[in-house]
Write a protein that binds this ligand. Structure first.
Ligand code: DUC
Ligand code: ZN
Ligand code: ZN
Length: 475
């Protein structure tokens, strides 16, 4: 089997950093070696990667992606092929996507469809969470098979009535089952029925621009739903993971429950750390789109007002572990033919932002600006996702026995983000013009070099389905 030596770098883990060479044999890490020593005799690896002056980190894990998600009469524009390739370019070597059951369809059919979409198409390893878009006797029974399928987490929605929505009674039934089975319940926590009323009223008043998407989806609707989800989880004993947290008030709810010892966790996404209601949803700078430019950033939960200081609170929560992870909620739609479906009615704009390629870079900026330590960067983007979703040991760490998923990151490199150069299947970038202090130099996925400088060496089909175990993060 081919061997690879990543030589001369600083290996960074969630708990520290050390100068070490990393030896990969075939698909697995077999040793971390003190520089200059050859404990096993001279090491002549087939491939030697010079990581001098660079960080050597476990491959990124993006635990929240939506490839090919049907939404608002269209479909997220990245396929498993294009999305996982873009992920690799950005230093992410594992994704966990959401298999979809919409209201009125069967879970087993949704899961089978997702396996068909992904199999043979992925550049990097992938797992699935299961979206439950309808809780009934049939879907509750189907949950009993999840652990055997390697799908140990599932998502419900308190928003999107008629599509994905579950009411409180349905949520309680699913949570009871999840508590029995050891599954992690993921929650889209926004009060959808109330939001839909506000959105209709705004529309009636002629407030139809993308900006009003953010007004309709008020933070009170996120705080209220987060609290309700916490209480239903408390009632049923189900561990809870709240996705795409954007409001500081929702973070306060999570912190309150965690302080009482409840198994409650939360992620945020780069867009909630950098972007705002005013600067993005209200944008008008692109001459092609005028008042409709903000559609590029229509996602749910929405971008929040910069005047309310949510962003600062999110960074702080990442430091204090009130939030445990950063995922992207990668759900790209092109402006042409997709986002423009909502011209004249913001309710019809497909919801989603594409960031999978930029998560590691954008979070590294938090290290550059002093918001995060290097170790916390690794923890938020790789180690905790692995632990949270039952992959730790195989993923999320550089140690003997772990998969050879490794990124060589150059802190002195530079990355300019633009739709002209990104690899996601989108006709615009939510991050256009962002200049990153740092660069993903080399990416190794299960022992294979897939990114070497500016060259892509991966192939569709390299990535394999990961049967995940139960969460390793519970209190
Ligand atoms: N939010 C999004 O922005 N897109 C897809 C689904 C979701 O919950
Ligand atoms: Zn969601
Ligand atoms: Zn999502």
């Amino acid at each position: 089997m081919a061997t690879t030596l990543v030589k001369g770098g600083t290996v960074v883990s969630a708990t520290g950093r050390t100068e070490a060479d990393v030896l990969i044999d075939g698909e697995k890490v077999v040793a971390l070696i003190s520089p200059g020593t050859t404990p096993l005799g001279t090491i002549n690896a087939d491939t030697v990667i010079d990581a001098t002056g660079k960080y050597v980190i476990p491959g990124g894990i993006d635990a929240h992606t939506h490839f090919e998600l049907p939404f608002g009469g269209t479909e997220a524009s990245d396929t498993f092929e294009t999305g996982t390739r873009a992920a690799a370019w950005g230093g992410t070597t594992t994704v966990v996507d959401f298999a979809v059951q919409t209201t009125g369809t069967r879970i087993q059919d949704g899961l089978a469809t997702w396996h068909e979409k992904a199999a043979g198409n992925c550049a990097i390893d992938y797992g699935f969470h299961q979206i439950m878009g309808g809780v009934d006797d049939d879907s509750l029974k189907a949950m009993e098979g999840f652990v055997d399928e390697g799908i140990t987490s599932y998502k419900m929605f308190m928003a999107y009535p008629g599509v994905f929505y579950s009411d409180d009674g349905q949520i309680v039934r699913a949570m009871q089952k999840a508590a029995d089975l050891g599954l992690l319940t993921m929650m889209h926590a926004e009060n959808g029925p109330a939001i839909d009323v506000l959105a209709a009223q705004l529309y009636e008043q002629g407030k139809t621009d993308p900006y009003y998407h953010g007004i309709a989806r008020a933070w009170q609707m996120e705080e209220e739903a987060t609290h309700r989800a916490i209480m239903l989880a408390n009632l049923t004993g189900a561990p809870l993971y709240v996705v795409h947290v954007s409001a500081k008030q929702a973070v306060e709810q999570l912190a309150w429950a965690r302080d009482k010892g409840q198994n409650v966790f939360g992620e945020t996404c780069p867009q909630y750390l950098y972007l705002s209601l005013e600067d993005q949803l209200g944008a008008t700078g692109d001459p092609t789109w005028g008042n409709f430019e903000g559609a590029k950033w229509v996602c749910s939960t929405p971008l929040r007002s910069k005047h309310e200081h949510h962003q600062e609170h999110m960074w702080q929560a990442l430091r204090t572990n009130d939030l445990q992870m950063v995922s992207t909620d990668h759900c790209p739609f092109c402006m042409k033919g997709q986002k423009e479906l909502g011209k004249g009615d913001f309710r019809k704009i497909p919801n989603g932002i594409g960031s999978i390629e930029h998560r590691m870079d954008l979070m590294y900026q938090g290290v550059v600006t002093g918001e995060l330590t290097l170790e916390r960067w690794v923890e938020l983007t790789s180690t905790t996702p692995a632990r949270m979703f039952g992959m730790y040991g195989k993923k999320g760490v550089i140690a003997p026995g772990a998969d050879g998923d490794i990124v060589v990151y150059d802190p002195n490199g530079h990355t300019s983000i633009s739709a002209q150069t990104h690899h996601m299947n989108m006709d615009h970038s939510a991050w256009e013009g962002y200049e990153i202090d740092g660069h993903v130099d080399t990416v190794i996925s299960r022992g294979k070099v897939v990114i070497d400088g500016n060259q892509y060496l991966g192939a569709k089909g390299d990535g394999k389905f990961i049967k995940r175990g139960l969460s390793q993060y519970l209190i």
